[in-house]
Write a new protein. Sequence first.
Length: 325
Amino acid sequence: MTRIRSIVRGIGSYLPTRVLTNQDLEKIVDTSHEWILQRTGIEERHIVAEGETTSMLGIKAAQAALADAGLQAQDIDLIVCATSTPDFTFPSTATQIQSGLGITHGAAFDLQAVCAGFVFAVSTADKFLASGSHKRALVIGAETFSRLLDWNDRTTCVLFGDGAGAIVLEAAQGEGTAADRGVLTSHLRSDGRYRDKLYVDGGPGSTKTTGVLKMEGKDVFRFAVGMVTDVVRDAFAATGTTADDLDWFVPHQANRRIITASADKLGIAAEKVVITVNKHGNTSAASIPLALDVARKDGRIKDGDLVMIEAIGGGFTWGSALIRW
Ligand code: UT7
C-alpha cells in the first residue's frame, strides 16, 4: 500500500574549530592518551569557543544540509532540534535556529532524549511528514556538552565533545515496501528507573542551576550493549530485513568498544560500521548526524543504501531507525 515516506534530501554538519586532544587533557586531569584511546577509542574532540552556543552550531549544520539538498531555508516547514544543552531553558534552541535561518513560518521545537535525541527526532519528524501535516523537516542534533562537564572529573570529562549535524527530510510518496527510499521504520524506548546511571545534577525545576554530568560508566556500558540490540532487531523484524541487507551501521558514537560489541552481537560486518568517535568524542545527540555526514561526504553512503542508526542515552532512552538513503 502506498504511503508517505520521509526521504533524506540533504545532510550537513559543523564542528567548532578548537580541537582538544588526549595530550591536552593530560595537562588538565590525571589521565593518559593511552588510557583514553584503549578504553574509548577517542583521540580528540572539538570544543566550542567562549560565547559559541548550541544554536550557532545548529544553524551552521542546518545551512550545510540545506545547501547539500539544493533547498532554501524558506522550503522548510518543520524544525526538530535534539539537544540536552539548549542555549537557554527557554525559548527552545530550535526557535533560535529557525530565526537564525530567517524562517518565520512553520513550527520549531526541541526534543530531549540525551544521546538518543537524534533517533527520537528522526522518528518524530517522520511521523509529522507521514501524517501529511508538514512537507520538509530539518532534523538537527546539536550539543555543547563541554558546558555540562566537571573538568576535574577524569571519568567523564575525557569522553565528550561539541558539534552539530542536520538532515533535511522531505515527504514523498512510497510503495510501502522496504525497497522505498526514506525512513522505513523507527523504534523508541525509555525506562526512567535508570536516572541515576547517567544524569546532570541540576536543573531549573530542582536546583535552579545547570549542574554537571554524572555517570556510572560501567553500568551504562553494560546496558548499552545489552539493550540497544533489541531495538535494532525490532527494526529488522518490522521491515523483513537482516543484518546482511544493511549497507551501513551508524550507531551513537560514545565508545568504540560499545560500537564493536553491539555490531558483533547483531552479526553486522565490521566494514559496514561507521566510526567517528575517534575524532569527535561523544557529542550526544549530534554524534549520529555527524557520523552520517562523514560517511556520506567520503562516498561510503550512496543513494539507495540501507542505513541503520541507533543510540542509547540518559533516562535511559534508546532507539533505532532504518533509513534507505
Ligand atoms: O552516550 C551514552 C553514555 N555514555 C556511554 O555510553 C559511556 C559508557 N561507559 C564507558 O564508555 C566506559 O565505562 C568508560 C570509558 C566510561 C570507562 O571505561 P571502563 O573500562 O568501564 O573503566 P572503569 O570505569 O572501570 O575504570 C577503570 C579504571 C579505574 O581505576 P581503578 O579503580 O581500576 O584503579 C578508574 O579510576 O580506570 C580509571 N579511570 C581513568 N584512568 C585514567 C577512569 N577514568 C580515567 C581516565 N584516565 N580518564
